[in-house]
Design a protein around this ligand. Sequence first.
Ligand SMILES: Cc1cc2nc3c(=O)[nH]c(=O)nc-3n(C[C@H](O)[C@H](O)[C@H](O)COP(=O)(O)OP(=O)(O)OC[C@H]3O[C@@H](n4cnc5c(N)ncnc54)[C@H](O)[C@@H]3O)c2cc1C
Length: 409
Amino acid sequence: MADISRIAVVGASLAGLRAVQTLRSEGFAGDITLIGEEAHRPYNRPPLSKSVLRGDDDVTLPGAEEIGGEWLRNRRAVRLRLDGAGSAGGGAGAAAAGAGGGSVTLDDGAEIPFDGLVIATGARPRRLAERPGGVHELRTIDDALALRADLAGHRNLVIVGGGFIGGEIASTARALGLTVTLIDAGPYPMHRVLGTDSARWLAAHHRKNGVELISGVRVAGFEGGGRVTGVRLEGGRSIPADLVVAGMGIVPNVEWLEGSGLALDDGVVCTPSLFAEGTSTIVAAGDVARWRHELYGGALVRVEHWANANGQGAVAARNLLAGPESAVPYADVPSFGTHAHGARIQAAGLPHLADEARTVHGAPEEDSFAVAFLRSGVLVGAVGVNAPKELNRLKRGIAAGDVLEVAAS
Ligand SMILES: Cc1cc2nc3c(=O)[nH]c(=O)nc-3n(C[C@H](O)[C@H](O)[C@H](O)COP(=O)(O)OP(=O)(O)OC[C@H]3O[C@@H](n4cnc5c(N)ncnc54)[C@H](O)[C@@H]3O)c2cc1C
């Protein structure tokens, strides 16, 4: 067990909360300081694009009541200093500091010393620089309440980006009776995540449910002075809008770590057991962590889904207490689920790594099917549409690195 008596957890959302709960349930009796930029108690984000937009405000994250008095809310970490690290960054600095502790500087200048650190600062939406009123992003409960208020007063919604959040908002807004246009740069929405057949099915499903879909084109900017009146596409076409949601992906919140010596590359670069590379007392978890996934030959993977943040928060905390020698790798199969106009879409593994896709159950025309994704014959990913049992079977196959099961079905 590592010699740690003060732990700082930065980021008070799902991964951070799970880390705190696990530290205590594993018997850690030292000081824990949980630092969070948001004013709210930790809450669940998945309902923000679903039930919250329909009027249900219950986003309670179970366990949030257990945090107690060690929680600094409304406070942002702006800098990380590692004991023993030189003034310049670089992996060697982190390695020198990795055995010891350091401190986190907050936006009010306070210094929080630690000998163990959990980084759980998640991610934020990519933003377009030029944004008139009526252009929304969706990441926080405040974003969701602002969008809900605007949905009630406007008719003509344009969604920029057809990822799962964009798709869920499209679905919710159609159910509320709005006119919805979904603009996506790919050939079909979610093409990279779902593969061609499932993404083509999703495009047709959006259209069948009254969504105007514009694919294969990028947005150049917005029109309107005080309030948005339209979305300008590259090539000059303009789409009328009185309300816009921009869902163009997210970027990990790592700016506060710059210059600390930690390796940063689209997230905090971590070992298979979630230690920041070159350190033995700093772990990362959730949307901000980019770790070497043992199931995929040590490829660096960053996953932006609930189950990942939930699982990693716990494993990272346990590993921090155990120390790198006794730590276990986090090698769960990435997975997520979403709903679009009543259909249940689930994905597991990393379909984009595949060189072959096989429909192993049902058919797109039946609105119920599952696709297995293989790389050199090995199962690496799966997508299911209204096929939860099949998806679970494939997910087990991915974890086992199995291909025979699929071939036999
Ligand atoms: C609208 C929406 C719908 C979603 N739906 C689904 C779904 O259906 N299924 C699914 O699997 N996933 C879904 N997700 C994704 C899922 O919610 C995330 O993967 C999960 O929230 C990640 O948790 P996290 O703790 O790693 O990061 P976050 O939830 O992003 O939390 C990070 C926290 O750190 C704080 N923070 C950031 N920087 C600092 C700093 N410098 N100092 C202090 N605090 C800081 C942030 O304010 C935030 O509170 C959805 C996400 C959104 C936004």
